[in-house]
Design a protein around this ligand. Structure first.
Ligand code: CAA
Length: 380
């Protein structure tokens, strides 16, 4: 077993780290304050190959492995989790879903532009009454021969207004339950497709989260992903990989907060010495470091499972459950170590603490991860 990163993985790590320092750090506080989308930064990430990292080069992707992707996600998330969620949704939900299950025509038409970062995509599963209970889809896609008529509302959609391509999950045949659900590719601007107001969020405020309304939207049948009725499985299979990306995001948020707290503890003095010399602080750092290292091993293991053709439902769910818990605990402690300064925006840790919370909610709450994990261990 080799725990060291290859030269190539180290280069990707350095490139993502440099990008985060040079391009994301400036104005990250202002973007968070103003809820401003990192448009220029995402464009540059596309040019550098970070928007379609795992997509084959024949579709304008970077042809890299999942480990490269999680390494990049960690580095970007240390600085700006709003930008990294855009990267994550585009890479592991939209691009992966299209490359794995799309037709050649869909890949040529959509994936080539999504993988290069020319446009970005959104993944639309959640609804006002179907969040965790994802099979309870109210959005309908009625089969009209050569097209579907799409009606309904989707909620909390990441990249809601900035995306050009939307993968929408909808019920075609209610009698068939989850086997009557389809996944459709919807383009911005299709008549009847309206983008609702932007959500005013606790964290990841630089990303744009919207509700979406579909009123008799005509979607050509060639835009269906997979066989008739494959939509729910498509969502589950795609989310299994997405969860590895969010686990890496959580890891990055935790590691970013830890690095700031470590540095601060060696500079700030109290009772005549740097606060790192007080055991109360040193032990917090010890716990943070240990938990982050454990989370990193779990995230890498899930990525390794995916890269080696193993089932990653379990390892991805465990990585997300654990890393998001570590992100929450670590960021709270990082604020505590910073004392009064931790409560002030300029020191970054309060933003990381706010950003951490969503990693326990989106792409399956912690409670959903426990359903996935417990079902998996109990069936053996
Ligand atoms: N791979 C393949 N198929 C799967 C699967 C997987 N990982 N998980 C479930 N399925 C299949 C099942 O086999 C079953 O099909 P069959 O009956 O044909 O065997 C079907 O899906 C239904 O599964 P369940 O009976 O287990 O369904 P359930 O109602 O008990 O729910 C659940 C399962 C795991 C709780 C699921 O509803 C779930 O994951 N919920 C959370 C949804 C979620 O993660 N939402 C995130 C929104 S997207 C987002 O956040 C993106 C963003 O913008 C950042």
């Amino acid at each position: 077993m080799d725990f060291s990163l290859s030269e190539e993985h180290q280069m990707i790590q350095q490139a993502a780290r440099d990008f985060a320092q040079n391009e994301l750090l400036p104005e990250v506080i202002e973007r968070d304050d103003a809820q401003r989308f990192p448009t220029e930064q995402i464009k540059k990430l596309g040019e550098l190959g970070f928007m379609g990292m795992m997509v084959g080069t024949e579709y304008n992707g970077s042809g890299m492995d999942t480990l490269s992707y999680v390494i990049a996600m960690e580095e970007l998330s240390k600085i700006d989790a709003s930008a990294s969620v855009v990267v994550s949704v585009n890479n592991s939900l939209v691009c992966y879903g299209l490359e794995t299950y799309g037709t050649e025509a869909q890949k040529q038409k959509y994936l080539t532009r999504l993988a290069s970062g020319e446009i970005i995509g959104a993944f639309c599963l959640s609804e006002p009454e179907a969040g965790s209970d994802a099979t309870s889809q109210k959005t309908t896609a009625i089969d009209k021969g050569d097209h579907y008529i799409l009606n309904g509302t989707k909620n909390w959609i990441t990249n809601g207004s900035s995306a050009e391509v939307y993968l929408v999950i909808a019920q075609t045949d209610r009698e068939k339950g989850h086997r009557g659900i389809n996944a459709l590719i919807v383009e911005k601007g299709m008549p009847g497709f309206e983008i609702g107001p932007k959500e005013n969020k606790l964290g990841i405020r630089g990303s744009d989260t919207h509700s979406l309304n579909f009123n008799d939207v005509e979607v050509p049948k060639e835009n269906r992903i997979g066989e008739d009725g494959f939509g729910f499985k498509f969502a589950m299979k795609t989310l299994a990989g997405g969860r590895i990306g969010i686990a890496a995001q959580a890891l990055g948020i935790a590691a970013g907060a830890y690095e700031l707290a470590l540095k601060y503890s060696k500079e700030r003095k109290a009772f005549g010495t740097e606060i790192s010399n007080h055991q109360a602080i040193a032990f917090k750092l010890a716990d943070m470091h240990t938990q982050i290292e454990a989370a990193r091993h779990m995230v890498y293991k899930a990525a390794w499972d995916k890269d080696n053709g193993h089932n990653y439902d379990l390892s991805g769910a465990m990585a997300k459950l654990y890393a998001s818990q570590v992100a929450m605990e670590t960021t709270v402690e990082a604020v505590q170590i910073h004392g009064g300064n931790g409560f002030v925006k300029d020191y970054h840790v309060e933003r990381l603490m706010r950003d951490a919370k969503i990693t326990q909610i989106y792409e399956g709450t912690s409670e959903i991860q426990k359903i996935v994990i417990s079902r998996s261990v109990l069936k053996d």
